[in-house]
Design a protein around this ligand. Sequence first.
Ligand SMILES: *Cc1c(COP(=O)(O)O)cnc(C)c1O
Length: 393
Amino acid sequence: MNGAVLTIDLTAIASNARRFGATSPGFMAVVKADGFGHGAADVARTALAHGASRLGVTGVGEALELRADGITAPILSWLNTIDADFSTAVAADVELAVNGVELLDRVSEAASAVNRTARVHLFADTGMNREGASPTDWPRLCRRAATLERRGTVAVSGIMSHLACAHDPTHPANVEALARFDKATRVARDRGLSPSLRHIAATAATLDIPGARFDLVRVGAGLYGIDPARRNRLRHALTLTAPVATVRDVPRGTAVGYGHSHSVASETRLALLPLGYADGIPPSAANTAQVQVSGRRCPIVGAVSMDQIVIDVGDLPVRVGDTATVFGPGGNGEPTMTEWADWCHTIEHELMTRLGSRITRRTRPVHPSNRPARHGGRVNTVNRTEGRHDSLC
Ligand SMILES: *Cc1c(COP(=O)(O)O)cnc(C)c1O
């Protein structure tokens, strides 16, 4: 532990969740990568209590951790490698996305081994050329799924895809992808499948492409306050602070840190913070990002080291032990994650998921003034029917 503290405000997560619960028939809270660094189980419980009906993760391991934590809501794992522990996953009621016949056969065998039916979602590529089955492989995948469905080893609950350009709602690739998704659905139905859940929208499409919402939306980024259109419609939940470790007064021209990449223009005071790239501060923050101390924004000067950064606090009466705010929701003039992403030429997603293990995490529960969504109390069942979600709008 390095003295830095990451505060996770679950009230912000609850507020964002309610917004998504109100816009869509079914709402899957995406809690991959430890809930984008916020704590997967805490985010999952909060989202489920405030409008989400399901959870989404990248891998079986993440899904099983949520089950081990006592979470019983439907969970979908979508990037499944051939060596994953499908028997354990199926036995734990984890739904699996499948993008090829070989993988589907493995899942089917695993389901037989534990005497269960695996719930699967067939993943179609609609132009992203990433994890979905190609249009060439799709008919064969559907045919095989229909065969296995008749045998009772798998049940196709959903058809899914993912959009490459949803952050730009007017991008022609979106229209094309939705047309391909329709075609993929027709092919699936022609092969005898009748999936009840069609889903393609993540945060950006959920917010700005209403025609992409279908039966279910898969929301990650937005749950954590990231608005892909930069319209600030959501709340960030993270605040990162660090104590000032040392302070020194230096004369004009003093060079700072590795490589002397910065020299101070005039006499000033430098403060040291115990946070570096091992804690998730990108090296590109050097001489560009800011933190807030004593109510004022101060620049990071010199290189970002593995464990430390230096800030120029000017004439502020900063003392050892004072608290610097690296980023927060922005309500008190502190830098936001969005600003940090711009300063470091990255995206908020990356900053959130990189925060290191030396930082102490403090999770603030949902403020009691936030009423749970109306169905918050009974979303924790596996067989709940989607598409009839009673929204808050
Ligand atoms: C990460 C991910 C999501 C969630 O996307 P956001 O933009 O973070 O909302 C949805 N679907 C898939 C397949 C993903 O990989």
